[in-house]
Write a new protein. Sequence first.
Length: 403
Amino acid sequence: MGGIDQFPRFKGFAANFLLVYFSTVPNAAYTVDGLHSDIRLTPVHCTDLTPVHCTDLTPVHCTDLTPVHCTDLTPVHCTDLTPVHCTDLTPVHCTDLTPVHCTDLTPVHCTDLTPVHCTDLTPVHCTDLTPVHCTDLTPVHCTDLTPVHCTDLTPVHCTDLTPVHCTDLTPVHCTDLTPVHCTDLTPVHCTDLTPVHCTDLTPVHCTDLTPVHCTDLTPVHCTDLTPVHCTDLTPVHCTDLTPVHCTDLTPVHCTDLTPVHCTDLTPVHCTDLTPVHCTDLTPVHCTDLTPVHCTDLTPVHCTDLTPVHCTDLTPVHCTDLTPVHCTDLTPVHCTDLTPVHCTDLTPVHCTDLTPVHCTDLTPVHCTDLTPVHCTDLTPVHCTDLTPVHCTDLTPVHCTDLTP
């Protein structure tokens, strides 16, 4: 009885000390509660003021039920069904393909790239756009009218205490003209020209390639992967980041300075009462140094090194693979799918989860302790005025004992 278990704080300190100590030994390995792992090249997430050692995309063995101070969307790698203990009802990503959400002091089990089985009708505390993996028609019980993603290809939306059944990659059939309580950016799958009835002027996604927007109590018909034809210069009531499909250079008329997505590859932004022309999957040419009114995370396509002029310190996405961030009145050059070279130690005003591409070990200088993603596979976190080196798709080595 007793022993070191009587002193949990000392036990935690001892575990951290051993991890740091062994990390200084070449090719060292460590054991935590019976779990064996090579700590070379192992990305971990630091808890409050805890130095982090990491190496190349090796998942970290989570200690058994050790509380982890979770921040919003904190990525953590778990292996071998190791439970993760979260204390703040914030989501913990286990891998890019296996996001899980911890509930209040409830450990979450996850495996590498294995979807989590939802328990039968077990209530899950849902946050906005909480991703959850479901398998085998397991119902998901949600209590807050917030959307729950079952898979990347099968998003579903739970209604008040109504369980939602979903299958792997199977779109949900909308019931005929059944009203759906829509929230902002509520994804819903429709099949076979089934009308969707929306009551709140919020967008409803029919498929990834066929987003439509419902108007007040007006059912919207859509078909699988068929883009909707916008009416000629017909005003569309735009909400934040309202996706709309356009074909054949049909102008879109927007009245609220909100972005309108024409297709996944051709997002455009409408200005005040200015029609926007776009074609199927054709990127929009930005005019030379023409100011664009940027809203939060406004996607814009640029081609041929056309500079983008931003006036509000908000990030501008050039392409899915070439997001850039504009600084105050500083034009940003980008090319199709070409990562942007960060300027040498040039400070970049970072916002929350601002994606930035780096190439050729170009250091990124961040001033606000906010995370900077170098590539989709190489997220890095900058510390106060500490440059971060990264290469294409190469994980970043944390500097020795740098928090």
